[in-house]
Write a protein that binds this ligand. Structure first.
Ligand code: AR6
Length: 175
């Protein structure tokens, strides 16, 4: 049985086996949650990202890579590259679903018991928030029908509107 917990604030302060980052294809850091993770996690994270880049040349949208968590209260960071929202006809929904699936699979492969997700793609990448939350929660719930090794998933919402959207989704599921 997996607990899905909706939290508010900065993902870097909540302890979990895995913290998911909303990265970009370069894996070299950026603003938003990516900036916070690299700032607080320290140089070891960027160092590993650079090694992965040298090996495979970055990471495409819909995919993710895993590194140390450096100084963060976690064992690993998964750097997930969500899709940039265009007009909804460029496979954005499927790509966002794939991004969450890839993170969940990587977490299971690394024996995670807990993990924290930010609201991937809903900042700089401008994915509509309601739709992103629906895709994220459907994907997480579907995953746990077949796999129960992760005990706790935190969905960490930095913005009040995302927090309200997820609270409403979780409430509907509980009915
Ligand atoms: N903790 C949790 N969530 C956060 C934090 C934080 N410390 N800071 C921001 N958010 P974004 P994207 C929320 O832009 O849309 C980066 O520059 C934010 O409010 O971080 O996937 C990357 O390098 C929003 O709800 O990621 C890429 O270039 C959510 O995190 C690009 O942005 C995602 O916003 C990726 O865009």
């Amino acid at each position: 049985m997996c607990n899905i917990i909706v939290l508010k604030g900065d993902i870097t302060v909540y302890p979990a086996d895995i913290i998911v980052n909303a990265a970009n294809s370069s894996l070299l850091g950026g603003g938003g949650v990516d900036g916070a993770i690299h700032r607080k996690g320290g140089a070891a994270i960027l160092d590993e990202c650079q090694k992965i880049r040298a090996r495979q040349g970055g990471c495409y949208a819909g995919n993710a890579v895993i590194t140390t968590a450096g100084l963060l209260p976690a064992k690993y960071v998964i750097h997930a590259v969500g899709p940039r929202w265009n007009d909804g006809t460029k496979g954005e929904a499927e790509l966002l679903q794939q991004t969450y699936q890839r993170c969940l699979h990587l977490a299971v492969e690394h024996n995670a018991r807990s993990m924290s997700f930010p609201n991937i793609s809903t900042g700089t990448y401008q994915f509509p928030k309601e739709l992103a939350a629906q895709i994220a929660s459907d994907t997480i719930f579907a995953f746990f029908e077949d796999n129960q090794s992760i005990e706790t998933i935190n969905i960490v919402c930095y913005e009040q509107d995302n927090y309200d959207i997820y609270q409403a989704i979780i409430k509907r599921r509980e009915i």
